[in-house]
Design a protein around this ligand. Structure first.
Ligand SMILES: [Zn+2]
Length: 483
């Protein structure tokens, strides 16, 4: 069963080059027109009044009825007098938290789906604004792309320039081994060279994948350390039965709880605790991605879970088609596969408990782009699952704010609500510390110098859903090569 599960994971990666046709150029144009006008204006001053701040600092003392001044996209002051003209945002009875960070995503970008002649480039295109809306509508202001390619740099630049409203994007270069396609390294020398190429091309992080051999994995992690790049990823299958050997210096984060689940035959609490100690000793963090396995388990039973997803209408139509007609978790399913996924999901929760007990830092990640895991929306599912697994609401929020910023090395810029930091902020209608599902009650989001209030967000989302519904029949995953 384990091999079958690995095959599923591999398919997941192959198909996560998610795509959408750019059939909405009209809307994209009007949006970029309006952003262009705003780009030329001087960034204004925004004041959030009478708001309760949950700063997510180490002390995390709630500041009640505070005044927050935002200038030039940064938090200028908290509870200081306001000078000059400002746009006032009423924060009465509301709660202000740092912008949320998803530490495991696969972003959609333009892609070549089977077009073969030499001068032909991509044949399936992403409407970047429609896509990035899913994040900002959910208060997600930073994401970590874990199989980055050149198109993701282009998207990131559009966001930085202000042409697209979207999150900050950190990019990891994926290296695998074996016979597959992509960036493959099967010798230590090739592994080191892959890291150096990634560094030269501007990637900031390295992702290691399942089919690397042991010596190549070690060389990659070592070279990344020399190049001052952090390493995140899977525990290669070659370490089965000798997992402790994978914990070498600079192996900084394991990307899924199931990377540990794959390493046990007994699914015992003893193993969970043993793994937590290995991670603790090596300083290796964990992004459990609990939500992905739960969704995979649902799909292995029936596609109703996907059909009933309230966020499905925002998913690009070509992917809606793929998730419902070419769903590999559902197609090849057997009762044994379902039982195996359930076992992993249960073990994942016990792993989180063991890692919490051992004080191994954990960060929220979703693996968005996996079928049924919808960008932006899924992070709220993940935060809730972390609480169900035993984190307090405060700890779950830290795992989606301050800790990811720390791991990414940008905690001096984002991750908390503090004077001098970037104003990546989410205003909530209710206190998430008393009920974690309140992170979904978004009153407004501050991102890249722009304030998006609830009515604006809802209008953009319903417009997107309408256009998706209208064009749905034009997209058929099985005909993707003919686009
Ligand atoms: Zn992933």
């Amino acid at each position: 069963m384990q091999d079958k599960y690995l095959k599923h994971l591999l398919l997941l990666l192959l198909f996560s080059c998610a795509v959408i046709l750019n059939s909405f150029s009209k809307t994209q144009k009007s949006l970029s027109d309006s952003t262009k006008t705003q780009k030329n204006e001087k960034p204004g001053i925004f004041v959030i009044k009478n708001v309760n701040i949950i700063p997510m600092t180490l002390e995390n003392k709630i500041i009640k009825n505070a005044t927050v001044v935002i200038k030039d996209n940064k938090i200028l002051s908290i509870n200081k007098p306001v000078t000059g003209n400002a746009e006032i945002i009423d924060g009465k009875g509301k709660w202000l938290i740092p912008g949320l960070i998803d530490m495991h995503v696969h972003n959609m970008a333009d892609v070549n789906l089977g077009a073969t002649f030499p001068t032909k480039g991509a044949n399936a295109f992403t409407n970047t604004q429609d896509f990035m809306l899913l994040y900002v509508a959910n208060g997600v202001t930073t994401v970590f792309e874990l199989s980055a390619r050149p198109e993701h740099f282009g998207e990131r630049n559009e966001i930085i320039k202000g042409n697209v409203i979207g999150p900050r994007v950190a990019l990891a270069f994926l290296i695998d081994g074996g016979e597959g396609s992509g960036n493959i390294a099967n010798t230590p020398a090739d592994g080191r060279q892959s890291v150096r190429i990634a560094k030269a091309q501007g990637y900031e992080f390295i992702k290691v994948y399942s089919h690397l051999n042991i010596e190549t994995f070690k060389a990659i992690v070592d070279e990344a350390g020399r190049q001052r790049m952090k390493v995140v990823g899977h525990i290669p299958n070659a370490f089965k039965g000798r997992i402790e050997e994978a914990f070498v210096p600079n192996y900084d984060m394991v990307a899924h709880a199931e990377e540990y689940a794959k390493q046990t035959d007994t699914f015992s609490d003893h193993d969970a605790k043993r793994f937590a100690q290995l991670a603790k000793k090596n300083g290796t963090w964990l992004s459990p991605t609990l939500t992905a396995i739960v969704r995979i388990g649902e799909q292995a039973r029936s596609l109703d879970g996907i059909r009933n997803l309230s966020s499905l209408k925002y998913v690009p139509p070509l992917l809606q088609s793929k998730w419902l007609t070419a769903n590999n978790y559902n197609k090849g399913t057997t009762p044994e596969f379902v039982a195996h996924i359930d076992k992993i999901a249960d073990f994942n929760i016990r792993l989180v408990k063991a890692f919490k007990e051992a004080r191994v830092p954990m960060v929220a990640g979703t693996d968005s782009g996996t079928s049924g895991v919808v960008w932006g929306f899924a992070l709220h599912d993940e935060i809730e699952l972390l609480v169900k697994a035993g984190l307090t609401p405060g700890e779950a929020l830290i795992s989606a704010t301050r800790l990811p910023a720390t791991w990414l090395g940008i905690d001096n810029k984002i991750g908390t609500v503090e004077t001098g930091k970037y104003a990546d902020l989410v205003l909530l209608d209710a206190n998430p510390l008393t009920d974690i599902s309140n992170t979904r009650k978004i009153s407004g989001v501050f991102v890249n110098g722009r304030w998006l209030d609830k009515s604006g967000i809802n209008a953009m989302l319903s417009d997107l859903a309408k256009r998706n519904a209208a064009s749905k029949n034009k997209f058929d995953w099985s005909k993707r090569g003919e686009l």
